[in-house]
Design a binder for this molecule. Sequence first.
Ligand code: ATP
Length: 602
Amino acid sequence: MPDTAPRPATAPGPAAQPFSLRDTLAGLRAHAAPERRRLLTAGLLLLAAAGVGLAQPLVVRQVLGGATPLRGSGPYLGLLVALVVVGAGVSALGRYQLTAAAEGVVLSARRRLTAHVLRLPMPAFRRQTPGDLMARVTGDTTLLRQVVLQTLVQAVTGLITVVGALVLMACLDLVLLGSSVLAILLLLGMVGLVMPRIRTASLGAQNSIGEMGAVLDRALTAFTTVKACGTEEFETRRVDAAAEDAYRNGVLRARWDSVANATAALAVHLVFLVVLGVGGLRVAGGAISVATLVAFLLYVLYLAEPVMSLVAVGAYFQTGRAAVQRIGEVTRLPLEPPRAAATTRERTRPDASAAPAAVRFDRVTFRYPGATGEALRDFSLTVPAVGLTALVGPSGAGKSTALHLIERFYDPDLGTVSLDGTDLRTWDVHALRAKIGYVEQDAPVMAGTLRENLLYATGGATDAALHEVLAATRLEPLLHRLGDDLDAPILYRGVSLSGGERQRIAIARALLRRPRLLLLDEATSQLDAVNEAALREVIQELSTRIAVVAVAHRLSTVRSATLIAVVRDGTVQATGSHTELLRTDGLYAELAAHQLIAAATG
Ligand SMILES: Nc1ncnc2c1ncn2[C@@H]1O[C@H](COP(=O)(O)OP(=O)(O)OP(=O)(O)O)[C@@H](O)[C@H]1O
């Protein structure tokens, strides 16, 4: 085990792509679309509150502007109080609407992202790291809340407030306005220099969090292996390294944030001092009255908040841009074809000349994306429409890959795979999978109840049907252990079950689907001889009605097969019955003499 502090493995994640400001705005618009009305309402309320705030200095001017200040200004004082109260109420309502809309935007982004991730085609999904995807769905979407709160509306209302105040200030005195605008332009220039740095640091921090998720996910999903190998410290250091990266970027972001805020505060004070100085001179020279100077200074003070918040908006927007970019990198990935109209299949005419076959591989060549060698090469096989077809061959020969192509997790590079004489590429992928029961090698069990696990691939089934399938898959003892309660919970990833029980649950789930074609990828490898024999009977009975394709390592399964295909180096090198192949195929004879027989007796 390396002793040095490891760098986290860079999570492959979705490739970083150029992401322009226009892409960010388009992304934000799409996330905000469902909340358009609420955002508009919030914007209008906040604008109204800003308007009420803007009117206040004018009323103050009236209060102070009489011959004797405050005398006879009762109505104006009353108006001022009313404006303050109404302004506070409208502003509170606006902020509530805005926060609710921001939560809605987060919800919509999470929904879109989750739906997208779960509809990724297998090649695209395999290039991702689940931990990083989880960070994008949970963490990056949360950041959108701030973007909406701070930027979408507050930027607009802040800008309008600033412009409104400047217009009113212009009405009061143009000279004072000129000095204020100069100081504000200085501020804008300095803040503009800082913003790209905030964005880079934000993106770095969020990528590090994604990486941390990826490393943590790796360690947690292999928790038993981590314990058994004693690599707790090694894995902790990997997570630490990613966490430190996030920390460094977070601190860097905070530094630039502070610079931007300090610049804004400085600029506001500068404007105040300039206005006080220039204004004092103008009052002394009789160019403006004291009341006008006070009103102007009130506007300067009034400007402080929107100016500061506009700078904060800029900083938040940079963080938001990084989040929108990371979300966009996933939602830009291509999806599996959507569910097509029910007629897709009917539009392609089955090949009438084809012999009745459930599945036919016709000179299929396939290479996994990014792999150097071909997993299948000129692979041809006709799976009978009814009966058990067994795929046998050495490890890595391409047996599981053949099943992946039937499920259309991948499409062949050359040649065709067809079902009922129709090229799988023309099938609606969802309709195709609905006809297939697939039990994969590692047969995962989901967290939830036994019932939920059984019904996972089907809409529903009666308790009687569930008990029937539990009996067929010899799961009755498990049900008994669970207190005869179909709704008893099963721990995360089925860790409370034995490997054989997990396999049988997966088989039961596939059977409940009432498939037209059943694919079993070493689905009984972890069963003891008695349970395997029982399941063999179930599969045997099923194969009198439907096509079953089984990647098999047990001679007992293979012997009873209608057809055996010997796969080697990605090619079907021989087909036939057990006795035929024993005579004609050296590899099969060897397998039968060693692995298959060993498995059968083991
Ligand atoms: N996702 C993948 N990306 C790249 N290569 C892969 C991928 N999955 C499998 N392979 C490679 O493709 C080849 C065929 O693998 P496959 O799993 O089909 O073999 P198999 O005959 O089912 O082996 P086993 O009996 O050990 O399960 C192997 O060389 C394997 O390393």
